[in-house]
Design a protein around this ligand. Structure first.
Ligand code: 8YV
Length: 320
């Protein structure tokens, strides 16, 4: 029997490509760029499945134009706001994501951002690199101590909980808001807030781990920042659109928000250029899951979903 034909929309890690090549009739684009619109539709002609990523946008409009031969798209991502799941389901197109395997790497990145922002790592590093370090000073570059402070986590799923574990080790007090309260064993010593407003009011530090939905778009805005205790630190490893950039930039400029650590940006990679001028904004280029082990595991998880579908089984991470 011929092997199913699948497209890898990007040049995923070598081990992932090797496995896909072993098990499928695999198509790999010449160049490692994210196709979208008509280019994406063109790439997907003549294949039975595809391993896609979060920068391939599958709107209802695009999904309507996809060939009938394409039966499954497996995303190399936990987030799936780039796919209109309802439109895919009505067309009979199966969509899967790659959860779980990136919990630790993403929480590690959130911790990195929390510490880098609160300890002014950007300013400190620039000082050394620019030759402006002229000796130790008792008052230079003083940061914010996390010990004993309240960390507000928005979205207490698997990544949010992994971040909570890390920040307990820093001596922080964990508060969270989630669509539903966690069971006692998952909640541990964390304090639940039934509304996001209630969480903002106690968040000396805020770390965003929720999905990007119409309800969470621009959830961090001028009104919700104003609810926060004085001089909070804000961390985002989820999706850029959850933060209203204009409001955060204004708050960083005025000092209402003392520092921010950001790995994701609205419209990335074209982030709001004002962030570049703000020394209290510690910025990373969406590397939350970027470790060799994690990226391999994400690819293998996506391939597991494709394997299950082509073996006539239900893919474990089917969405919708
Ligand atoms: C990925 C992510 O690197 O999994 C996600 O949702 O945001 C990142 O870990 C990226 O989206 C790759 O598709």
């Amino acid at each position: 029997m011929p092997k199913p034909k699948i497209l890898l929309t990007r040049h995923y890690p070598e081990a992932v490509i090797e496995r896909a090549h072993r098990d499928y009739d695999m198509v790999l684009p010449d160049r490692d760029v994210s196709a979208n619109g008509d280019d994406l539709i063109a790439q997907l002609q003549g294949v039975d499945g595809a391993l896609i990523c979060a920068s391939n946008k599958f709107s209802a409009d695009i999904i309507a134009k996809l060939p009938e031969q394409l039966k499954i798209i497996a995303s190399f991502s936990v987030g799936y706001e780039h796919v209109d799941i309802d439109a895919a389901n009505s067309k009979g197109l199966i969509v899967t994501n790659s959860p779980d395997v990136l919990n630790d790497a993403t929480a590690d990145t959130a911790l990195l951002l929390l510490l880098a922002a609160s300890r002014r790592a950007r300013e400190a590093s620039e000082m050394v690199i620019q030759g402006q370090w002229h000796g130790w000073s008792p008052t230079k570059l003083l940061g914010v101590q996390p010990t004993g402070k309240r960390l507000g986590i928005i979205g207490m799923g698997r990544i949010g909980r992994a971040m909570a574990d890390r920040c307990r080790a820093l001596g922080m007090k964990i508060h969270y808001h989630n669509r539903s309260r966690l069971s006692a064993d998952l909640e541990g010593d964390a304090t639940y807030h039934a509304t996001s407003d209630a969480l903002f009011k106690v968040a000396d530090f805020l770390s965003i781990h929720c999905e990007m939905t119409p309800q969470t778009t621009k959830l961090v805005n001028a009104r919700t920042i104003a609810l926060m205790p004085p001089s909070p630190v804000i961390v985002n490893t989820a999706r850029g659109g959850i933060v209203d950039d204009t409001a955060l930039i204004a708050a960083l400029k005025s000092g209402r928000v003392v520092a921010a650590g950001l790995d994701v940006f609205d419209g990335e990679p074209n982030l709001n250029p004002e962030y570049l001028t703000l020394p209290t904004a510690f910025l990373l280029p969406h590397i939350g899951s970027a470790t060799v082990d994690t990226r391999n595991a994400m690819g293998f998880r996506a391939l597991d979903n494709l394997d299950a579908y082509f073996a006539g089984e239900q893919p474990g991470d089917r969405l919708g």
